[in-house]
Design a protein around this ligand. Sequence first.
Ligand code: HMG
Ligand code: MG
Length: 303
Amino acid sequence: MNALPKQVKIVEVGPRDGLQNEKETIPAEVKTELVNRLSSAGFANIEAASFVSPKWVPQMATSKEVMAAIARRPGTLYSALTPNMQGFEAALAAKADEVVIFGSASEAFSQKNINCSIAESIARFVDVAKAAKGSGLRLRGSISCAFGCPYQGEVPLAAVADVVGRMRDLGCDEIDIADTIGVATPRKTQAVMETAIGAFRLDGLSGHFHDTYGQALANIYASLELGISIFHSSVSGLGGCPYAKGATGNVATEDVLYMMNGLGIHTGIDLDIVVDAGQYISQVLGRKGASRAGNAIAAKRAG
Ligand code: HMG
Ligand code: MG
């Protein structure tokens, strides 16, 4: 068995993936406060905004205000989702450091999520990718339903390899392999990740696991065994995708940090500050957070 990576990058996606699915409108001030708290925890990358159609995802309509109001921590990249040139222009104006083009390994999901086929989405991304590079922005590609799809079920490994290759050819600096509906288990995770490793640099691949079936931490560990060293997580386990019914949030950041700390893997992130941020957003949302580690640490503090 290979040694696990000594250090990993945790991309905090709570302010975007976490909050995009909330039904009640969350004021921009709350989102800004959440991003600021996460920044102070030391993340190198926070997904803070999404410049998509407000008709499709109303919760993200305040992305411009949030990007204008956040206190930017030197050393943190603030990312924004950009499905097309309209989104890219908005992200550029909002001074995003990194833009995220998001496609799918499933045709059915591509249609539901971004209203076009995989091939059409890649064609749209060509201009976004060129514009991002031309403006000196980092470019990330996200691939939904790499482990299974809520509409078509099985997603062939060949489809994952194909989209990873297309994202690579667009010039992506990093590519996310996403389990949108949290169906993967560890061996399946390794099969998909090995496929992705066959098509892109190991150190540019990330695991984006939703925790719907409680498998996300196991899948992260399985990915670590292959040398994957970038993972996405959401403070307090917030979230879900509006176009994947029943899918719960991303794996909770607190849980991932607790596991990395226990494994002696360096993250550069202060778990206590993340726990505080999780408590803050849970209070605003009026419900108990979904992070087991976060709740345990908070309970221990309360004595
Ligand atoms: P469309 O309707 O095919 O696009 O939507 P269109 O170009 O025909 O435009 C229709 C209208 O949308 C127009 O407005 C445009 O101006 C507007 P109207 O004339 O009707 O008033 N529009 C925009 N407005 C703001 N910003 C934009 C933009 N683009 C068009 N960028 C589109 C296509 C992609 C825009 C739409 O399907 C969309 O916004 N989808 C968003 C889907 C989404 O955000 N999903 C959640 C994020 S992905 C995710 O969560 C998965 C991930 O976490 C990984 C994983 O877990 O799998 C990343
Ligand atoms: Mg997601």
